[in-house]
Write a protein that binds this ligand. Structure first.
Ligand SMILES: *Cc1c(COP(=O)(O)O)cnc(C)c1O
Length: 458
């Protein structure tokens, strides 16, 4: 019996093997991620400073750089059981199509109605809001995956949810919007006329189709001016990486079952939450000097925070009301070209991953969108799953690495994160199928212009 026949197509954990603790990679980092700063005073923000914006328990998680494991409350574990554990799939068919000696595995997070990994953190954030006795929460959404995940989580706990959806997506992705409304969320196109910051942005930029940074400002304003509401965010923050560590813990448990040791771990990076979650336990081993892995972040060439951004304090939002975070950033004024279809449009990057990247613990690659959709198509045709454009960034680099193995004859083991499905991204697929998709790479001048707006700190 060859080794191949011993490893199933899908490695499932049993329900009882769902992790009951999240892992906090910050606990093993020698250089901790830089603290959030107050945009007014430039001082680090503590628990009390953050309380008007975020839920209490989530602030504790956000600020805790030392606790290695956090118990996952039973209510959250019970919810996880509805769609977890997620399978770790051996991509036998893709390997065969590539004729590579590499062994490729992907962790599939698209098997829930929201269609992505975002539900892992949405349910946790909704839980802590409910436990605090809040009436509701506010958030922003771009392409709509986060809003969808949070609307599912809010419905489960009976919380009111107000979503500010970037106007261009609101208009172009009506189906996402209807999923959110079906789960009971109210969805407002941003910039709106409902908030001070929205009215200001509309006055300054008539006809603007909005941006994530702008929608964040609106959601924060509504949370801080309405009794019983707080703001929640689906990526970038330390707490979100903590919740997403469920992905990496399950992946590691599944690999360990068969004694598989990956050579490289690949994930797409928008704000860094799925990647941070997937690599968490592996990075922990690396930080403790127990093991070594190549860890590769993949970002779009049109929004290249890691590969062409600056590691500096920046605003998280356009309205400059949120705390400042030290991260790889393109500047909070950076708006990716409208021609960029594939998500991953945020100007900044998780402070945890930024510090790890600055310290040389991981690599980053930028890829162009036509090559991403080429990989997506090849994956769909071989493995059957229609991948989200975001996830397809990771597929692109997994395929590229597998093809390198074909040249060298090395039997490397590649693990990548398949963060979601692409059913709501068919306009982008249509463009690709019609041969109308183009690549856009910002010029150095474009980037210099948006980086000019970085706050002068440190
Ligand atoms: C939101 C999203 C991403 C990117 O967000 P991260 O925080 O970088 O993980 C990737 N894939 C899918 C399917 C998403 O919905």
């Amino acid at each position: 019996m060859s080794e191949n026949t011993k490893i199933p197509y899908k490695i499932y954990l049993s329900e009882n093997e769902i992790p009951t603790k999240w892992y906090n990679v910050r606990s093993d980092m020698k250089n901790k991620p830089a603290p959030l700063l107050n945009p007014g005073t430039g001082q680090p923000m503590g628990f009390e400073d953050l309380r008007p914006v975020f839920c209490d328990e989530l602030i504790k998680q956000e600020l805790d750089n030392d606790t290695a494991y956090f118990d996952i409350p039973q209510e959250i574990v019970d919810f996880y059981k509805m769609y977890r554990p997620s399978p770790l799939v051996r991509a036998y068919c893709l390997e065969k199509a590539l004729d590579t000696p590499a062994k490729i595995y992907y962790k599939f997070e698209g098997n829930n109605t929201s269609g992505s990994h975002k539900l892992n953190s949405a349910i946790a954030q909704a839980y802590y809001a409910k436990k605090q006795g809040l009436r509701g929460i506010t958030t922003e959404t771009g392409a709509g995956q986060w809003g969808t995940a949070l609307s599912m989580a809010s419905a489960y706990f009976g919380l009111d949810l107000k979503v500010f959806m970037v106007k261009v997506s609101y208009e172009q992705k009506p189906f996402r919007r209807e999923v959110m409304r079906t789960y009971g969320a109210s969805v407002t196109p941003s910039p709106s006329m409902d908030t001070n910051i929205g009215r200001k942005i509309n006055a300054e930029h008539p006809g603007t189709t909005g941006s994530l940074g702008c929608a964040i400002s609106e959601a924060v304003e509504v949370a801080t001016t309405n009794e019983g509401y707080r703001y929640v965010l689906g990526s970038v923050l330390n707490q979100v990486l903590l919740h997403q560590s469920i992905i990496g813990l399950e992946t590691k448990a599944a690999l360990d079952k068969y004694g598989i040791v990956p050579d490289m771990i690949i994930g797409c990076a928008g704000g860094g939450s799925n990647l941070g979650g997937l690599i968490g336990p592996f990075m922990g081993e690396k930080l403790r000097g127990e093991k070594d892995y190549r860890i590769i972040a993949v970002e779009p060439a049109s929004c290249p925070s890691f590969t062409r951004g600056k590691y500096a304090y920046d605003f998280c939002d356009t309205g400059m009301v949120c705390p400042l975070a030290k991260m790889y950033t393109l500047g909070s004024n950076f708006i990716p070209s409208a021609n960029h279809a594939g998500g991953l449009r945020y100007h900044g990057m998780s402070p945890v991953l930024s510090q790890l990247y600055a310290d040389g613990y991981m690599e980053a690659v930028a890829v162009e969108q036509t090559s991403v959709f080429e990989a997506a198509t090849q994956f769909a045709r071989t493995e059957g799953i229609l991948p989200a454009p975001e996830s397809s960034h990771a597929i692109r680099v997994a395929i590229d690495e597998a093809l390198k193995c074909k040249e060298t004859g090395e039997e490397k083991t590649i693990v990548f994160g398949l963060t979601g499905t692409g059913y709501f991204d068919l306009v982008a697929y249509q463009k690709y199928n019609d041969g109308e998709m183009t690549d856009y790479i910002p010029t150095d001048e474009d980037l210099a212009k948006s980086l000019d707006s970085l706050p002068k700190i440190g």
